[in-house]
Design a protein around this ligand. Structure first.
Ligand SMILES: NC(=O)c1ccc[n+]([C@@H]2O[C@H](COP(=O)([O-])OP(=O)(O)OC[C@H]3O[C@@H](n4cnc5c(N)ncnc54)[C@H](OP(=O)(O)O)[C@@H]3O)[C@@H](O)[C@H]2O)c1
Length: 266
């Protein structure tokens, strides 16, 4: 996919799941990568897996901290001298009915990581993205397009993310900066076992039927054409694409599809 050769990509959430699977796919396209997450150990192991070349650099950051977001963008410029594509992938979720939440700060935590961090990173990256006429990729979710029971705070954060990046796309069109929103459906990753329960603790075990949902490798490969093509929106499942129309035409049906997906775990 020629469009990506030579691009400098900053990828958040690179230590696990979809981000970890996307790193080799982008490297194979000829990108230079700045890989970020909180776990230095997992980032280092990925760097070694990728062949430890100068084209792969790592930077540890907790993106819920505003100054860490600025440092991360600065690190990219220090290491590579430019930034072409910012991929806002780091994210987290919850798994609790709202009426069973015992701590409301779960909502703040999810909003910080899934919405405010991408907004802050984008703010600090914009001068460089304008110089390169680059691209911002927002890894959102089908939960950013419709309601999902047990994920109210997560769905809210992804709706916020999509609203933010859809607005930004219009503002940035004249500057030549593209905005690509990607909405995966269920994917095998760490996110489900790390999901916060009503007490704010990680579930520890995935409630998904992992054999029936997309692998992170398949997800990463399927995202590539949308990133390379600077596409506007990629909804990664048929039910996600149909859901856009059903929501208008038969909204109670999309509610029951979402309810069934959560109950069945796929
Ligand atoms: N898997 C799915 O079913 C699914 C479906 C739709 C959308 N998505 C979206 O896809 C993206 C990737 O998720 P995933 O499924 O690959 O999850 P994952 O396996 O749990 O990976 C999440 C990544 O985000 C990083 N991260 C989390 N909190 C962070 C923080 N405060 N600061 C910096 N990095 C942080 C994690 O690294 P550290 O722990 O090392 O910091 C990890 O690398 C998320 O935005 C998610 O919402 C996933």
């Amino acid at each position: 996919m020629g469009g990506l050769n030579g691009k400098v990509v900053l990828l958040t959430g690179a230590s696990e799941g979809i981000g970890r699977a996307l790193a080799p796919v982008l490297l194979a396209e000829g990108c230079s990568l700045l890989l970020s997450a909180r776990s230095a150990e997992r980032l280092e192991s990925l760097r070694l897996e990728l062949g430890a070349s100068d084209k792969v650099q790592i930077h540890v950051a907790d993106v819920s901290d505003e100054s860490a977001c600025k440092d991360l963008i600065d690190a990219c410029i220090d290491k590579f001298g430019r930034l072409d594509i910012l991929i806002n992938n780091a994210g987290m979720t919850m798994w609790s009915r709202f009426d069973a939440l015992q701590r409301l700060d779960i909502l703040d935590t999810i909003m910080q990581v899934n919405y405010l961090a991408p907004a802050r990173l984008t703010h600090f990256a914009l001068p460089y993205l304008k110089q390169s006429r680059g691209q911002i990729v927002a890894i959102a979710s089908v939960a950013g397009l419709t309601g999902v029971p047990t994920r109210s705070g997560y769905a809210a954060s992804k709706h916020a993310m999509i609203g933010f990046f859809d607005s930004l796309r219009i503002e940035l069109a004249d500057a030549g900066v593209a905005v690509t929103v990607i909405c995966p459906d269920f994917v095998v990753s760490q996110i489900h076992k790390r999901a916060l329960d009503g007490r704010g603790e990680a579930l520890g075990k995935s409630p998904m039927q992992e054999g029936k949902i997309q692998s992170a490798d398949d997800c990463a490969k399927a995202m590539l054409p949308a990133i390379a093509g600077r596409e506007r929106l990629l909804i990664m499942s048929l039910r996600g694409r149909l859901g856009r129309w059903l929501r208008l035409l038969w909204p109670s049906l999309i509610d029951s599809i979402a309810k069934k997906a959560i109950a069945s775990g796929h």
